[in-house]
Ligand binder design. Structure first.
Ligand code: NIG
Ligand code: FE
Length: 379
């Protein structure tokens, strides 16, 4: 079954050298892009969708989320808006509520958030565990995540749970031992929160190396709350991505620039913690590959909207609109080491969004307006 998407006013393919085409069309065959070209020379297909002059972009790749959880922390957000500082300790509240929730409750909450994401144009999402922090609760969180995505991440090292407060080394032993054994079969990635109030650089190294030894790819939460050795460690270990990057040193930027590690920026976090936004310009100008993601979670960033993140990135982080769109699509794909998503070149997955707008610039120009007209996915 083939589908022609005809009459596209502006098509973004993210192809090297020719990433935008005016008056274009594309053909989808068997879930893949089979043809891209001028609207006037479009071939026939079994089915025809008329884009009516609208803009078509690749589906968003949200490469960082924590959407397997129970409960609400809007009281913390309210307190921050009148001066309270964000701290990693709030994670333990969600851990308590998540442990009490049934599998069905966790799956229903995750399904609701995945549906929100899809309605806003996200066609691939990475989902982390990290609100269970026991062997059983981490494994069941990942089993829930696996029902929604292949991009699952084991984050047993989110924080040290209360019952290990006096024995952090014992908790690292659990995360790298029995818990890893139970979680590895459900996960593609391993992540660690390396920051004040979570894990230090030596603990983070031990945790990522243990995951890599059983075949998981490394990711990192780093430099969210202050500068640390997290970013350089992520680069040294060949992590696919280091996420947050809010407080970077010159050495961090140099290390990222000479590496394959993507810097993933999470505008929703700075928006809802009132921290300063990271300087995307500094990273992009240094040649670092930058991704944008939502970091959807109940504590630091409870948004599921990639269009919102793009708008903030353009307004407050010095991205151009086209750089922000690239970071939210191809950048996210790079952060997941995927070449089949994040673009609409021939051979890539037919994951795409028809915007109710003539240009992707409207994603930032019309903040808060639902501009996703239609989402098509390969499966
Ligand atoms: O990416 N920084 C660590 N983890 C999440 C926050 C989780 C929470 O506050 O519940 C983040 O911001
Ligand atoms: Fe996160």
């Amino acid at each position: 079954m083939s589908t022609l998407v005809a009459n596209i006013g502006l098509l973004v393919t993210n192809e090297e050298g020719r990433s935008e085409r005016e008056n274009a069309a594309l053909v989808i065959d068997d879930g893949r892009i089979a043809w891209v070209g001028d609207a006037a020379s479009a071939p026939d297909a079994d089915e025809r969708i008329d884009a009516d002059g609208r803009c078509v972009i690749p589906g968003f790749v949200d490469s960082h989320s924590h959407i397997v959880f129970a409960g609400d922390r809007s009281d913390e957000f309210e307190a921050r808006m009148i001066g309270q500082k964000y701290a990693a300790g709030g994670i333990r509240r969600t851990v308590g509520l998540t442990r009490q929730a049934t599998d069905a409750e966790l799956a229903a909450n995750t399904a609701r958030l995945v549906a929100e994401m899809r309605a806003q144009g996200t066609t691939t999402v990475e989902i982390k565990s990290g609100y269970g922090l026991t062997t059983v609760d981490e494994a069941r969180s990942l089993a829930v995540a696996k029902a929604f995505t292949t991009e699952t991440t084991y984050l047993g090292a989110h924080v040290v749970p209360a019952e290990f407060a006096d024995d952090p080394a014992g908790y690292v032993g659990l995360v790298t031992g029995e818990m890893l054994d139970a979680c590895a079969r459900h996960a593609k990635w391993i992540d660690v929160f390396c920051d004040d109030g979570a894990f230090d650089v030596d603990q983070a190294r031990a945790i990522l190396e243990a995951g890599m030894a059983v075949g998981l790819g490394a990711r990192m939460h780093g430099a969210q709350l202050g500068p640390s050795g997290a970013v350089c460690l992520a680069v040294e270990l060949g992590a696919a991505s280091v996420d947050h990057c809010t407080f970077l040193t010159d050495a961090d930027v140099d290390a990222l620039a000479g590496s394959d590690t993507v810097a993933t920026l999470l505008p929703g976090v700075e928006f809802s913690t009132r921290q300063p936004y990271p300087d995307a310009r500094r990273l992009i100008d240094a040649g670092v590959t930058v991704a944008l993601a939502c970091d959807c979670n109940p504590g630091s960033s409870f948004t599921s909207s990639m269009p919102f993140c793009i708008a903030v990135a353009v307004r407050d982080m010095r991205f151009s609109p086209s750089e922000a769109l690239w970071a939210a699509t191809a950048g996210g794909a790079a952060a997941l080491r995927r070449t089949d998503i994040g673009g609409l070149a021939v051979g890539q997955r037919a994951d795409l969004v028809i915007l109710d707008a003539p240009s992707y610039v409207h994603l930032a120009y019309r903040p808060g307006v639902p501009l996703v007209k239609r989402v098509l996915t390969a499966s």
